[in-house]
Design a protein. Structure first.
Length: 319
């Protein structure tokens, strides 16, 4: 008697088909409106003047389908994109994506939706500034420290930098969010760029105003005065060797709400699979980063600060 062993495949799916449909409908409507605006305002170069007209044939998969597949991957269901695409998209969701191409072809199509994905995050995905903002940075290593001299994919781009968790070889992601857990904007730099770099804050100051709460790594008198002259109040903690300064009670309470942006970094790294060492091209690294940030816009468990109410009392008033 010959016994046959049967192996059953079990998938832990954290994104439902209803969520996939919701994401696709939002992205498809946005892509249609964006294409209509671009077609209306696009100036086509005349052929008689020597310009070569490029083909604009529609592909087998639409842009909204490609963007939906990229975003759904970052909901924490799979840790490997190839396994996710072959065994989840082409098998489990075959009826939702009937024209899904091969995995190799899909990897080639991913950079085509970079502009549309960035436009979606900028126009519709990211939140709005409310006058209360939180800023922080996190390291994105691209390889192990022992292999940093042998990494050829990011040769000349990735740098060695030191963060709170030690040294790493890669990039640094600067994030800015509001008190409701919505990302306002981001900036990607090499790992050796300082958090107070003027080039980073030139991007940040375009989208926010009011008060910004940061950690002790942003302490610098010249940096504080520069932001204050632009109408932005930087609030941070004090180091152990600094003199104590008076701080409003409301600012002190909001400074404790910095766990919001720390939770965003944790969700992007652990759930959205932002950090891994399997990148084979710079373009797909950028697509993975943008897709993770766009997928976070659809998360339902965003960290949010509880409302702070300070009762006006005259108990401490001296008579």
């Amino acid at each position: 008697m010959i016994e046959k062993s049967i192996t059953y495949k079990t998938y832990i799916v954290m994104v439902t088909t209803d969520k996939v449909t919701e994401i696709f409908c939002i992205l498809d409507e946005f892509c249609k409106n964006l294409d209509a605006e671009l077609t209306k305002n696009l100036h086509i170069a005349p052929i008689d003047e020597g310009y070569k007209r490029m083909r604009n044939r529609k592909g087998q998969m639409s842009k909204s389908e490609i963007m939906t597949i990229l975003l759904c991957y970052h909901f924490g269901s799979f840790r490997n994109f190839k396994h996710y695409y072959l065994f989840f998209i082409r098998e489990h969701l075959a009826s939702y994506f009937p024209k899904a191409v091969s995995y190799t072809r899909f990897v080639e199509l991913m950079p085509r939706v970079f502009f549309d994905l960035m436009a979606f995050m900028r126009i519709q995905g990211f939140g709005k500034c409310t006058g209360i903002s939180f800023v922080d940075s996190t390291m994105i290593p691209v390889c192990h420290n022992m292999r940093r001299k042998f990494n050829k994919v990011f040769d000349g781009l990735a740098k060695n930098g030191k963060g709170t968790m030690g040294w790493c070889h890669g990039f640094k992601l600067h994030l800015l969010c509001n008190e409701m857990g919505d990302v306002l904007t981001f900036c990607l730099t090499p790992a050796n760029v300082d958090d107070r770099d003027p080039r980073v804050w030139k991007v940040f100051t375009k989208v926010f105003y009011g008060k910004v709460f940061a950690d002790k790594g942003y302490i610098k008198q010249e940096f504080f005065e520069n932001l204050f002259n632009q109408g932005i109040h930087l609030v941070h903690g004090l180091k152990s060797n600094m003199k104590n300064k008076l701080m409003p009670l409301w600012d002190k309470m909001m400074l404790r709400k910095r766990y919001i942006i720390e939770c965003i970094n944790e969700l992007l790294k652990n759930k959205a699979n932002l950090v891994h060492s399997r990148h084979r091209s710079v373009h797909n690294f950028l697509m993975n980063l943008c897709a993770a940030l766009a997928a976070y816009c659809f998360f339902e468990n965003k960290p949010e600060a509880l409302p702070v109410r300070i009762e006006k009392s005259r108990q401490l008033e001296l008579f």
